[in-house]
Design a protein around this ligand. Structure first.
Ligand SMILES: Cc1ncc(COP(=O)(O)O)c(C=O)c1O
Length: 375
């Protein structure tokens, strides 16, 4: 049966704009695009540790956590994560998308107001869309704009949502100032630590851990599919917060719980990270090497966002243009992906280059030389 005409029209428009999305498989090129910042997804030692972990007793969890899907293993890993993230409690989710959907659709109630950074991830925006609260975006990382909006609010509780590291720009938020602003305006601060999990903080607890602000943040979201190299997510906060989510978060309640091997993998990955702090240092070192090389070799040839994070950018306006450059880099052996509009705003199309602990200096220099030679 064919698609309804309006859907066909949407697809046709994507084809015409050169923005049609399609699924591709992993290639053999040099990885400058995955979120596997520390190489943990391909780390053979960690793989073996996960296979050997004796916590795995079943194939599937058989139901929602509230029915038959809970287990001693799930509870033990959530306790372990609470120690790791220095929170009273944690709750594991199938994905970061599900965690953000849960937090934002559940906590802010009717007549409350959610203020969110305009560059927030789709999972934050989708959670906000599901909420009955009022919503307002503020300009990216612009705390003057945020505070102006907070001052104008007249009723309801206030929620402020930010990402510690922004997924498309690699820049970070001013978390210390956000904590102060939230205290001044009695706002509940929610921080998505997706791209800081495992990379920042001795325990991998993100920017909030680096700055020692864990207790000043109402709700922290950690995801495990990026630097941790596995899958899933957890929310860290007070016992009350976790109890509330268990009772009211529909994306937590109405889904089959992850199987025990999922929890076992989370624990193994964090224990591995605790034993290998050099991986974080290497990712940082290689990122510094990239920015130094890019500054000296590329100069002003391309616009870039200001980032010390492994997420680096080359801004190229236009879907066609950025696609062409990505294709050229791929032809030369580098896996670099174009980020097209509408994933980013029109005019903000870019190459999103991810640096990893395993990228060598030679690979990084070769990538930059290829960018320099491109015309
Ligand atoms: C900032 C941010 N939050 C949440 C998510 C969703 O996490 P997950 O991939 O685990 O669903 C992503 C994924 O790209 C992200 O970049």
């Amino acid at each position: 049966m064919s698609l309804p005409p309006r859907h066909q029209h949407h697809l046709q428009k994507r084809i015409e704009n050169n923005s049609l999305r399609s699924l591709t498989t992993v290639n053999k090129l040099i990885d400058f695009s995955s979120n596997d910042y520390l190489g943990l997804s391909r780390n053979k030692a960690l793989w073996q540790i996960i296979q050997d972990s004796k916590t795995t007793k079943s194939n599937g969890s058989t139901g929602s956590r509230l029915l038959t899907g809970n287990s001693d293993c799930a509870i033990a890993v959530e306790r372990f994560l609470a120690l790791q993230f220095q929170s009273q409690a944690t709750l594991v989710f199938n994905s970061g998308y599900n965690a953000n959907l849960s937090v934002l659709s559940t906590l802010p109630l009717r007549n409350d107001v959610i203020y969110y950074d305009e560059l927030s991830h789709a999972s934050i925006k989708d959670g906000i869309r599901l909420s009955l609260a009022k919503k307002a975006s503020f300009k990216h990382n612009d705390l003057v704009d945020l505070e102006k909006k907070l001052k104008a609010q007249t009723e309801g509780d206030t929620y402020v949502v930010v990402e510690s590291v922004y997924s498309m720009d690699g820049d970070i938020c001013d978390l210390q100032a956000l904590v102060q602003i939230s205290k001044r305006h009695k706002a509940y601060l929610i921080v998505d630590e997706a791209h800081a999990t495992g990379l920042m903080g001795i325990n991998g607890g993100g920017l909030s851990e680096t700055l020692g602000l864990q207790n000043d943040i109402f709700c922290r979201i950690y995801t495990f599919g990026k630097a941790m190299g596995i899958h899933g997510a957890a929310i860290a906060g007070s016992n009350e917060l976790i109890q509330y989510l268990i009772n009211f978060a529909r994306p937590f309640i109405y889904t089959t719980a992850p199987p025990d091997h999922h929890y076992a993998a989370i624990k193994c990955a964090f224990e591995f990270l605790n034993q290998h702090p050099e991986l974080k240092e290497k990712a940082q070192l290689q990122t510094k090497y990239f920015t130094q090389q890019a500054n000296s070799i590329l100069g002003n040839k391309y616009k870039r966002t200001n980032s010390n994070h492994p997420i680096q950018t080359i801004l190229i306006e236009g879907n066609d243009e950025v696609r062409q450059l990505a294709k050229h880099l791929q032809y030369k052996g580098f896996d670099v992906k174009p980020i097209l509009s509408p994933t980013v705003k029109e005019g903000q199309e870019r190459l999103r280059i991810c640096i990893h602990s395993f990228n060598t200096n030679d690979e990084i220099t070769a990538l930059i030389d290829t960018l320099a030679a491109y015309s």
